[in-house]
Write a protein that binds this ligand. Structure first.
Ligand SMILES: C[S@@+](CC[C@H](N)C(=O)[O-])C[C@H]1O[C@@H](n2cnc3c(N)ncnc32)[C@H](O)[C@@H]1O
Length: 339
């Protein structure tokens, strides 16, 4: 035993720079074994017509790409979303684990975290959203069966985000709510919010990546959410905002992936249009940690403050510290108000 421990310690010292460590296989859960490969998406989950439409040579995608290439480069120039990152998006299985929603990343690679998160959501679910919102697993979503329900990160994160806004802005009680989602991805939160809250009058989804806009247009149409939900291509967003009042701007895991110049452009747009609130979820930081933008240029909260928005609420994604440690993709939620 002593010799084995010695060999293990020597090996671990050598492996440590690679962030690997030897462990007894009996101490591991089944999904932690190196031989277990969890596929990034569930195949065979495409509805009729999806395979034919969701193709890189779709003329609508080409048209959006051409239009986006004419936009101001400081808005579209990628920080995180370069060709390599965007290339990880599977156009057909876009709800699988992908740059839009990393369902299987880091500690998410296990059903325990999903179960813990699902029970946590159940414990705060006073609007009964786990009953109202369903997960059908379409477009490759990675799902788990917990408590006789099918859950995904798309579903659980969306419910948590809705409750953050409910706690601070009582969104279920507001009449004719209008929301603008910047960096909306495939329209995850638009779908969930419109199904959960009939009082949301309009939900606009915009993005600086053409493939996201293409998928979002398709997804909102597929879910039958138009015209309450609408995808606004980047070149049209300024004109559309001249005609629509927005109550809350939403930015989830998007500004963290933008260069400072792009965040500045979006914030100036919000300020010009007198949008009163900004709901922000930065990438993977615990409560209060400063978020340095990916180009290293600026701290995110400072860029937001420079545009006249002040932080009025900040909470960990999960109020329970144990769930914040082991739940799915811990982060924090921030609410800014126009001064
Ligand atoms: C991690 S995904 C999050 C998607 C969505 N908000 C969600 O939570 O499901 C990041 C999103 O930011 C978008 N994005 C990247 N660069 C952007 C930019 N400069 N301006 C606006 N959105 C951008 C991407 O296209 C992508 O949709």
């Amino acid at each position: 035993m002593g010799v084995l421990r010695h060999i293990r310690d020597l090996a671990n010292r050598a492996l440590s720079p690679l962030e690997y460590e030897l462990a007894r296989s009996a101490a591991l859960y089944p999904w932690q074994h190196a031989s277990v490969m969890i596929p990034p998406y569930v195949s065979g989950t495409l509805p009729e017509g999806a395979e034919n439409y969701l193709r890189p040579d779709n003329p609508r995608l080409r048209e959006l790409q051409e239009r986006y290439s004419q936009c101001a480069p400081h808005v579209t120039e990628p920080a995180t979303w370069d060709d390599g990152h965007a290339g990880k998006v599977n156009l057909r299985y876009f709800r699988g684990s992908s740059p839009f929603v990393w369902q299987l990343i880091g500690r998410n690679l296990n059903e325990l975290g999903f179960a813990l998160t699902a029970y946590y959501v159940k414990s705060i679910d006073r609007l009964g959203l786990l009953q109202i919102l369903q997960e059908d697993g379409l477009f490759g979503a990675v799902t788990y069966a917990v408590d006789r329900r099918t859950v995904s990160r798309d579903l659980l994160d969306s419910i948590l985000e809705i409750y953050f806004l409910e706690r601070h802005l009582a969104i279920s009680q507001r009449r004719d709510l209008r929301i603008l989602d910047i960096g909306a991805g495939y329209g995850r939160l638009a779908h969930r919010m419109l199904c959960a809250l009939p009082n949301v009058e309009s939900y606009l989804c915009t993005d600086a990546v053409a493939a996201a806009t293409f998928l979002c247009e398709y997804y909102l149409r597929f879910r039958g959410l138009e015209p309450r939900a609408r995808t606004v291509p980047l070149p049209d967003v300024e004109d559309v905002l001249k005609t629509v009042r927005v109550d809350i701007a939403v930015n989830i895991h998007s500004f963290s992936e933008c260069p400072a110049a792009a965040v500045q452009w979006w914030m100036a747009l919000l300020r010009r249009n007198e949008v009163p609130y900004l709901f922000l979820v930065p990438n993977g930081v615990a409560r209060g940690t400063p978020v340095v933008l990916p180009d290293g240029a600026r701290e995110l909260s400072q860029v937001i403050a420079d545009h006249g928005y002040r932080l009025i609420a900040i909470e960990p994604k999960f109020a329970d510290p144990v769930v914040q440690e082991y739940g799915v993709s811990p982060s924090c939620c921030m609410l800014f108000q126009r001064a």
